[in-house]
Design a protein around this ligand. Sequence first.
Ligand code: G3P
Length: 219
Amino acid sequence: MEWMIDTANLEEIREAMDMLPITGVTTNPSILKAALPFDYEQRLREIRALTPGCSMHVQLGSEACEGMLREAQELQALLGDDIYVKVPVTEQGVKAIRLLKARGVNVTATAIYYPLQAMLAVSAGADYLAPYCNRMEQNEIDFGRVIGQIRDMIDLGGYASRILGASFKNAGQVVRAIDSGAHAVTVPPALLKSCLNSALVTDAVAAFTRDYAKVRGER
Ligand code: G3P
């Protein structure tokens, strides 16, 4: 099980790295936009520096294959050869995934809503597949079923691709993605915190703290 964080906010990243068993950090242009103002390249370098030992997944901005290949090279020059470039699974994207993998680039196939997209990305060699759970749910697509189908296909074919559940808006979606076969999830840190700090949990801990004081004879 891998836990990644879906954010470009440096404070959130620092806090999550300090507290949680994080293995990677993911962004996309919209996540980065939410963290403006900053210098794009500097922010990516800062995120990289804050997450040693973690995988870093950065989305490409171009829609055409040629642009994606160029950008991937630029990102590798900026952040290191071991980054994962996030490629949306479109026609141009599938083409780019094949070419990037032929060059040995790590690829996270993203914007996945349909099993067929995932299957094509797996065949093209993608390392991670990011199905968009909340967005699927909003469009009446059963994301748990889709993840289960993708996982069956990966296991049956003996592929190395890993499912990275993404686009989460509540804890139930995260749990369902894992339960359905996701190898990894990328979650906004605020969502993880809201679960760890829920009133049910904190009230229980407060009662234990009061009782602890009593059993230790403290006033
Ligand atoms: O990593 C998930 C992200 O790319 C999409 O998430 O919240 O915009 O649906 P969201």
